[in-house]
Design a protein around this ligand. Structure first.
Ligand SMILES: [Zn+2]
Length: 432
């Protein structure tokens, strides 16, 4: 029996006498953070280090060594406790990594938003490692605070729901909001026996699994119940209509490009192949813009329906397939011919966004063998489109499937169920 653990953040409110001490400690923390941020900004190549080595690297430049070696850029504040400093450095590292990460995504052009700007305010709530707090019991906690002159241990009583027994309390973060001072404490509970894990799943954790296809059903949803059963299949159609409207528009692009004013070199990228040419360089830009808008419209429609379905089912989580790199897909011509190729990625993105707006979570999961195995018995499946067609493993876009045990049905629904099953086995059943 494997053990797992769950982490929940508990929030407790502190009773204090000196709000100004909290504020002074926080502004000192932000000042240390800002100092390290500016130092790190001057050496972005250091980001290739692991967090732990990067921390060490920054300390070596700023802190006097045991053997008396003076640092190049001394930290301009005196008597900063070791763990206070380390928390500030770690905050710096995560802030800078996050900014650089966003910048990189933007430079790669995978998202269309504006250029990410550096953090406007170098501030982060203080994480208090051991050494900054002690005597943490059911009623109170001692916190090391900066009074403006010196550091002092100050006892604080608190209110909030009691912590579970046998749970491990991790380092608290002090969150100051106007006159409220809260402690956010991640609480780690080991899930030892299967009963506990199953109970947790049964309480609230049904979820929706989605398959995206190139056929008329652009998306197929199923709800995975707490016991792992796949229920309530839901088909979202529109693929045929979209393919038809798209084909008409692609037809215009071919006709239009035959005009004598069009440079010859550009005329041979037409149809699907033309979609790999950056939009602004394509001939007949207006038709391609129309295709983009049309695709977008369907992607919004379908993603809204997926989120509505999840809400109706009372699920809090939507699991979508993790799509392969678009580059690899482009190399497979049969994939390029289906709506899946050009709309799937967009649907995934919109679902994540719309789910977030409705307070749900959407995530992607690798669809291992989801479309090649039978959900019921795990045997390889053969696909076909009509009853007159011989089923084969390679029938691409085959709407129906059959396995050697005689199970049959919708290929897309089978994929959705498999995606859900894989996710369930990894994250739910695995905890038991
Ligand atoms: Zn089967």
């Amino acid at each position: 029996m494997s053990a797992g653990y769950a982490i929940t953040t508990y929030k407790i409110q502190l009773n204090y006498k000196h709000l100004d001490w909290f504020k002074k400690t926080q502004s000192l923390f932000d000042a240390v953070l800002a100092f390290y941020y500016e130092l790190l900004e001057r050496q972005p190549e250091a980001l290739s280090l692991t967090n732990q080595n990067l921390l060490r690297h920054l300390e070596l430049q700023t802190i006097k060594q045991r053997d008396g070696t003076q640092p190049e850029t001394p930290l301009p504040f005196e008597r900063i406790p070791l763990y206070f400093r380390r928390a500030a450095i770690n905050a710096t590292i995560s802030m800078y990594r996050s900014y650089v990460g966003k910048l990189k995504v933007w430079q790669e052009g995978t998202i269309k938003s504006g250029k990410p700007s550096p953090p406007k305010r170098l501030h982060m709530s203080m994480l208090y490692y051991k050494g900054m707090y002690k005597d943490f019991d059911e009623k109170s906690i001692l916190l090391k605070l900066y009074t403006g002159k010196t550091w002092a241990w100050v006892k604080h009583r608190y209110t909030g729901r009691p912590f579970p027994k046998d749970a491990e309390l991790m380092s608290p973060t002090i969150v100051i909001k106007k006159k409220k001072v809260m402690l956010h404490i991640p609480v780690k509970e080991i899930v030892k026996d299967s009963r506990t894990a199953k109970e947790r799943v049964q309480q609230n954790e049904k979820f929706v699994a989605v398959a995206l296809t190139g056929s008329d059903s652009l998306a197929v949803c199923t709800t995975i119940e707490a016991d792992g059963r796949a229920t309530a299949p839901y088909f979202i159609k529109g693929g045929k209509e979209l393919a038809h409207r798209r084909k008409l528009l692609l037809g215009y692009t071919k006709r239009g490009s035959a005009g004598k004013d069009t440079p010859r070199l550009m005329t041979h990228t037409v149809g699907n192949a033309a979609l790999s040419v950056p939009q602004e360089h394509r001939p007949n830009k207006k038709y391609y813009d129309k295709i983009t808008r049309l695709t977008d419209h369907y992607a919004h429609e379908v993603s809204r329906k997926i989120v509505d379905y999840a809400l109706k089912q009372g699920a809090k989580l939507i699991v979508l397939p993790e799509l392969k790199e678009s580059f690899n897909q482009a190399k497979k011509p049969y994939l390029g011919k289906t709506p899946y190729d050009f709309i799937g990625r967009r649907i995934v993105r919109y679902v994540q966004y719309k789910a977030w707006q409705k307070g749900l979570v959407a995530m992607t999961s690798k669809p291992y063998y989801a479309s090649t195995r039978c959900y019921h018995c795990n045997a390889p499946i053969a696909k076909h489109n009509t009853e007159y067609q011989n089923p084969s493993a390679n029938c691409y876009g085959g709407k129906n499937f059959v396995c050697k045990e005689g199970h049959q049905g919708s290929t897309a629904l089978n994929s959705a169920r498999n995606l859900g099953k894989g996710f369930y086995e990894r994250f739910y059943a695995g905890a038991a």
